[in-house]
Design a binder for this molecule. Structure first.
Ligand code: GAR
Length: 223
C-alpha cells in the first residue's frame, strides 16, 4: 500500500505527543522515557496522569521533568465524570496517543470515542486469555505452559481491542506470580517502545479487529 494511504499520526510539530495513564510502579513508563532518551522513540511524554496519589509512575515522570498529575477518582461522581476530567487534561497537553501503562481502571466511552484507535494498552497475558486483574495469577492457576504480554488498541470491552503485538514467555514449574511477572515485564519493556515508534512513524493501521503493520516494518527480538 502506498505510504500516503497510511494514516498520518504525527503532530504538526512532527513529534508524537503521548499521554501516559498509570496507577503504580511505572516501569513501563520508564521504558518509554528511556527509549526516548536513547533516540529509539521519536515521541514526547506530554503528561503522566495517575488515579493513585502514591503511584511511583508520578515520581518517575517528575524525574524526567514530565508534568505529573494525580486526579483523585473520589472527587468525581461517575467514571464518565472522571474520564471527562482526564480528557480535559489530555487536551490541555495536546496528547495525540494515550498509553495505558499499568492503568488499573476501566476507561469509558468518554475517553475512547475522542481517542478512537488512539489508546494503547499493555496487558500481562496472551489475550484473549486471562483478561482483567491478576493476569499472572490466573495464568498460573490455569496451568498454562506459555504466557506473555499483549499490546492492543483499546475498545469498549476490557482487554479486548485489536492486537498490535504479543510476546510469549515460558511458564516454569513452581513459578511464583513475581517470577512470571518479572519474565513478562522484560518483554513488555521491549515491545512497548517499539510499538509506539511504529505508531509514531504511521506504520500501524487498524481495520476491524486487525492491526496491519506496514510492509518492511517489524518488531525486533532485542531492544
Ligand atoms: C504491567 O505488568 C502491565 O502489563 C500490567 O500492570 C503492570 C504495570 O507495571 N497491566 C495490567 O495488568 C492492566 N490490565 P508498571 O507500573 O511497572 O508499568
Amino acid at each position: 500500500m502506498p505510504r500516503e494511504e497510511w494514516p498520518s499520526l504525527k503532530s504538526p510539530e512532527g513529534i508524537l505527543r503521548l499521554g501516559v495513564l498509570a496507577s503504580g510502579r511505572g516501569s513501563n513508563l520508564q521504558s518509554i522515557l528511556e527509549a526516548i532518551g536513547r533516540g529509539d522513540l521519536s515521541a514526547r511524554v506530554a503528561v503522566v496522569i495517575s488515579n493513585k496519589k502514591e503511584a511511583q509512575a508520578l515520581e518517575r515522570a517528575a524525574q524526567y521533568q514530565v508534568p505529573a498529575l494525580f486526579l483523585d477518582p473520589s472527587h468525581y461522581l461517575s467514571r464518565e465524570a472522571y474520564d471527562t476530567a482526564i480528557l480535559q487534561q489530555l487536551k490541555e497537553y495536546r496528547v495525540e496517543l494515550i498509553v495505558l501503562a499499568g492503568y488499573m481502571r476501566l476507561v469509558t466511552r468518554t475517553l475512547i470515542e475522542p481517542y478512537h484507535d488512539r489508546i494503547i494498552n499493555i496487558h500481562p497475558s496472551l489475550l484473549p486469555a486471562f483478561p482483567g486483574m491478576h493476569a499472572h495469577r490466573q495464568a498460573l492457576e490455569y496451568g498454562v505452559r506459555v504466557s506473555g504480554c499483549t499490546l492492543h488498541f483499546v475498545d469498549e470491552e476490557m482487554d479486548h481491542g485489536p492486537i498490535v503485538a504479543q510476546a510469549a514467555v515460558p511458564v516454569f514449574e513452581g513459578d511464583t506470580e513475581e517470577q512470571l511477572s518479572e519474565r513478562i515485564l522484560a518483554e513488555e519493556h521491549r515491545l512497548l517502545p517499539q510499538v509506539l515508534q511504529l505508531y509514531a512513524e504511521g506504520k500501524l493501521k487498524v481495520e476491524g479487529r486487525k492491526v496491519h503493520i506496514q510492509e518492511g516494518a517489524s518488531i525486533r527480538k532485542n531492544r
